[in-house]
Design a binder for this molecule. Sequence first.
Ligand code: SF4
Length: 340
Amino acid sequence: MITKLQNRHDLSDEEFLELLQTDSYDDVLHKAADEVRRSVYGDEVFLRGLIEFTNYCKNNCNYCGIRCGNTNVERYRLSKEEILSCCETGFKLGFRTFVLQGGEDPYFTDERICDLVKSIKDAYPGVAVTLSIGEKEKESYRKFKEAGADRYLLRHETATEEHYAALHPAELSLAHRKQCLFDLKELGFQVGAGFMVGSPGQTNEHLIADLRFLQKLQPDMIGIGPFIPHEDTIYRNEKAGDLAMTLRLLSILRLMFPYVLLPATTALATIDPKGREKGLKCGANVVMPNLSPVEFRKQYSLYDNKACTGEEAAECAACLEARVKAAGYRIVSSRGDVRR
Ligand code: SF4
């Protein structure tokens, strides 16, 4: 099965199920994934400077710590000056991609987002700007693209209707989420989808549906990380997603999509102190350190005990560089575009 995947042949649902439900294939799977990532990206690891610029959100997703129904969160928005200052710090540290991530905050109108994108691109020519600000209409996405945005992250979370409905409030629909992703692709963004591993109610069949959806979408980036419960949600007593399953899926994704930009996520580093390094060894090739001002980081709490909320950007970059090197890879200072 692994050789089949390595040779770009599809697996049947039964074969995927076999890979997912046992750890017997893990060693071979991880090794094959690392070989494939090295054949496309060598030992390079790309840096993304994450700027969590607003924790206001109009939505009420059941699993999310900053959903609008959570009254225990202190809300904040970064000013344009604060955002540009994060970019300045990041640029000096060698970051050439900035990710503006936030809840679906109506204060940030299309005009304000476009102004932010243009200001970053004017101040730092040659950098890539990624937006991660949720579901919008196609016209809004078009404006963001025209303003210079290069990439867009929008996790689909689960490609199965009933599961989507269980995790989200009734006003959000999987059909619209998927439509957004296809609109973004059509507009020429480098597009990222993805899902949580081990979210409440998730089965291996749901995961196979996720893999099938990704085959259809052919995204440039895939963000997966373990589900981690947040104390202010109905899932506070649920189990967190499993490290082994997340690593298994990272490797499967690398084999299915050799070119894909695959982050070793903060959630992975949260459930295991060596999670990021393990992710890199299983096929991941992107790390996304936080450039947001330290005083706001704890308030951008999507899940509990998030890793690396205390370090200043420079401290964090130095620590990451050493960790990546020790794992056998090399952080490079470039935009880190997809290599199809
Ligand atoms: S998951 Fe995203 S859209 Fe849903 S409540 Fe959290 S920030 Fe808002």
